[in-house]
Design a protein around this ligand. Structure first.
Ligand SMILES: NC(=O)c1ccc[n+]([C@@H]2O[C@H](COP(=O)([O-])OP(=O)(O)OC[C@H]3O[C@@H](n4cnc5c(N)ncnc54)[C@H](O)[C@@H]3O)[C@@H](O)[C@H]2O)c1
Length: 327
């Protein structure tokens, strides 16, 4: 039986078998806090990847796992009833811009109804803080850079982005109506060990390391503000400890690179040249992302310190060890 009761604070982490969630849970557990993890183990194509992610928090005594679907409101409410929870960190979601275009309904079902159910838990169990894993995609194809939290975000260009914006709006309503304190954190392209198989950093690293071709969408000039997972985790944990009312906060690196530059950096760490296959730009993909992290610095003490070469090196060390054998 996990030793949740004797630990310092109890945090709920949904999506704990995912990329970001497994890192957040690991960080909290490693400093002596308890984590109640919720995940329905549906993410990604390979169940072995989810199991491997989950085995990290599961290696700590303070971890308690519930295999539950966040769409099932009564089940999540029952799992958390009567617990003294410091914060709910809601990261469970259907992810990926391109897949959301195939099935918008599923994205709204999981992301919006799932968030509604977790906010209901927050209302009932009374944790002091709710943290939403939101996304830079809410900025749409904004021309104004860097992206600031008070920029317009009412023109998202994919169902995924629209679902994340809907989650943020719902969070505001729960703050205003029920007093639930919420930090909506807009993550900018997260990469690092245990990185998602469907995202460019893993796909490029895996293909280049194996000498296989990579698919390059567009002219290579699109820009992404790649952010190392440990920096994101530091921001998430600071937000979980904050009591700020309602805030929307960017968590990015504030140092975007072009797709061409990113591929060169991956070539650098793998020591191999990429074989490129050029394809047209994909619907739903924005041209650039670039976070202004001034607000995160002020409110959360956030200061992303990992350079792209250092972060990719750490990711490659993981990939060359346990990470590359799957997928
Ligand atoms: N990784 C990024 O670059 C990035 C960028 C912006 C926002 N985000 C957000 O951060 C969060 C975590 O993303 P990630 O990259 O770790 O994704 P991930 O797919 O690795 O993790 C999501 C987890 O949620 C779980 N899940 C999905 N549907 C569920 C359901 N109905 N009930 C319970 N669990 C469910 C999956 O099994 C998975 O383990 C997501 O909310 C995502 O939208 C991530």
């Amino acid at each position: 039986m996990p030793d949740v009761a004797s630990s310092r604070s109890i945090y709920v982490v949904t999506g704990c078998a995912g990329f970001v969630g497994s890192h957040v849970a690991e960080r909290l557990l490693s400093r002596g806090d308890a984590v109640i993890g919720i995940d329905n183990m549906s993410g990604g194509k390979d169940p072995a990847v989810r199991e491997a992610n989950l085995s990290v928090p599961a290696g700590y005594g303070g971890f308690e796992f519930h295999r539950l679907d966040v769409r099932d409101g009564p089940a999540v409410t029952a799992a958390l009833a009567g617990r003294e929870i410091s914060a709910i960190i809601h990261l469970a979601a259907l992810v990926g811009v391109r897949a959301s275009i195939e099935d918008p309904g599923a994205y709204f079902d999981t992301n919006v109804i799932g968030t509604l159910n977790m906010l209901e838990c927050a209302r009932e169990s009374g944790p002091e803080q709710f943290v939403l894993g939101s996304s830079s995609s809410v900025y749409g194809d904004s021309e104004r850079i860097p992206f600031r939290e008070d920029d317009r975000t009412d023109e998202p260009i994919s169902p995924y982005a629209a679902s994340k914006k809907a989650c943020e709006i719902l969070c505001y309503t729960y703050f205003h109506t029920f007093g639930v304190q919420v930090a909506c954190l807009r993550f900018f392209t997260v990469y690092g060990p245990r990185g998602r198989r469907d995202m460019a950093p893993f796909k490029f690293m895996d293909a280049i390391a194996r000498g296989k071709p990579i698919e390059v969408f567009g002219d290579g000039k699109s820009e992404r503000d790649y952010t190392y997972v440990d920096d994101i985790v530091a921001g998430v944990v600071a937000a979980a400890e904050s009591r700020l009312g309602f805030e929307v906060i960017n968590l990015g690196n504030s140092s975007p690179v072009t797709l061409d530059e990113f591929i060169s950096a991956v070539e650098g760490v793998t020591g191999r040249a990429a074989v490129r296959v050029s394809l047209p730009e994909q619907p739903g993909d924005v041209h650039r992302t670039f976070a202004d992290v001034t607000k995160a610095g002020k409110l959360l003490g956030y200061s992303p310190g990992t350079s792209l070469p250092d972060g990719l090196k750490a990711m490659y060390d993981w990939y060359a060890g346990e990470g590359g054998g799957r997928g």
